[in-house]
Ligand binder design. Structure first.
Ligand code: DAH
Length: 344
């Protein structure tokens, strides 16, 4: 066997041997058999000194090239070992992030207020409304001033709230989003805006400091009270899946003119009188009205050109009506025995 043939056979042997490596360490040990200090190829390279110049030229070149090829093979095998390692690990330790956990006693579920909010969003989007959002910490202008509670308007006293040290406040109603809609959307538009609101409130069976509302606003040309009543009645029959008794009373809110209170007959006591309806048989559910021209103007619209209606819906109260809950304090109590009843 010539020297070159010998080098070539070392190369073949090296490849076959290296290929059987199962780990990094194994690969290193096997590599050393060929190109380590005492490796087969190394000793050939060492022995070259004895060769003639001509042989050195040819065999030396082949030997050097072979060394490089073996190093490349080692490198490539190292990558393959690593990839195989991760492939196996992934298969063995596979876990599904989206898989539901074992059904446990305390598995969470969607809060009844969120459930009803989703239903209302579906009803209104099917009627061509968009859904809008706004921040819980609001400016005085958005929450009061631009809604026509100007200066120290007495109606501000009906909605006392919490103030931050930088002059902002926790919004008392989702009506603040009306101002954002007027200033940001191009009329005509139809929106609803669900959200959490806050009041500095004496807590009792029907009042909480934190509760949920859905605001509604329609702005267009020649919008009338008839449009308003039709929309409200459609909403209520969709929500309660039965015809509920309603009545319309005049109501005062600075941002609507005329303003109304749309009451529904109490579904908890069917009009008999209970703690939820304060023994009147009726429940204020849907304050509403035609948007006050000042509000349109504050929002940047010409009140001679544009008209609209707005309404506010108390979500907590709606949930209470639907399930016959007598005390609003249950809703945000975090009481699991209460919440588990609404699992869907
Ligand atoms: N923002 C009022 C409140 O929380 C409710 C309300 C009344 C909203 C009349 C409206 C409306 O959009 O037209 O007491």
């Amino acid at each position: 066997m010539t020297l070159i043939e010998e080098i070539q056979s070392i190369y073949e042997e090296a490849k076959t041997t290296l290929e059987t490596s199962v780990s990094d360490e194994d690969l290193d040990t096997k590599k050393n058999l060929f190109i380590g200090k005492k490796g087969k190829l190394t000793s050939i390279l060492k022995g070259m000194a004895k060769l003639s110049v001509e042989e050195k030229k040819t065999a030396g070149k082949v030997a050097n090239e072979t060394q490089t090829k073996i190093e490349e093979f080692v490198q490539e095998k190292r990558t393959r070992i690593k990839n195989e390692f991760y492939e196996v690990k992934l298969k063995e330790e596979h876990f599904d992030l989206l898989r539901p956990t074992r059904l446990s006693e305390n598995q969470g579920s969607i809060h009844p207020v969120s459930q009803i909010q989703a239903e209302i969003e579906a009803i209104f989007t099917s009627m061509g409304f968009s859904i809008m959002d706004g921040p819980e910490v609001e400016t005085d202008n958005n929450n009061f001033e631009a809604l026509n509670f100007t200066g120290d308007h007495p109606a501000r006293d009906t909605q006392d709230t919490f103030y931050t040290t930088d002059g902002k406040l926790l919004r008392t109603h989702t009506s603040a989003i009306q101002v954002r809609a007027l200033r940001n959307l191009k009329p005509p538009f139809r929106i609803i805006a669900p959200g959490r609101v806050f009041r500095y409130e004496e807590v009792d069976a029907s009042h909480e400091t934190t509760f949920y509302q859905v605001e509604g606003m329609v702005v267009g040309k020649d919008i009338s009270i008839a449009n308003l009543i039709y929309t409200m009645e459609t909403l209520l029959s969709e929500i309660f899946k039965e015809t509920v008794k309603t009545r319309l009373r005049p109501g005062y809110f600075p941002f609507v003119e005329p303003g109304f209170e749309l009451d529904i007959q109490c579904l908890v006591c069917k009009g008999e009188g209970c703690s939820v309806c304060k023994h009147s048989g009726w429940l204020e559910l849907l304050p509403c009205g035609l948007i006050h021209p000042n509000v349109l103007e504050f929002g940047g619209l010409d009140s001679k050109e544009w008209t609209g209606f707005a309404f506010g819906l108390g979500l907590d109260r709606l949930v209470m009506m639907r399930y016959g809950i007598h005390d609003i304090r249950y809703l945000h109590s975090g009481n699991l025995r209460f919440l588990k009843q609404f699992k869907v």
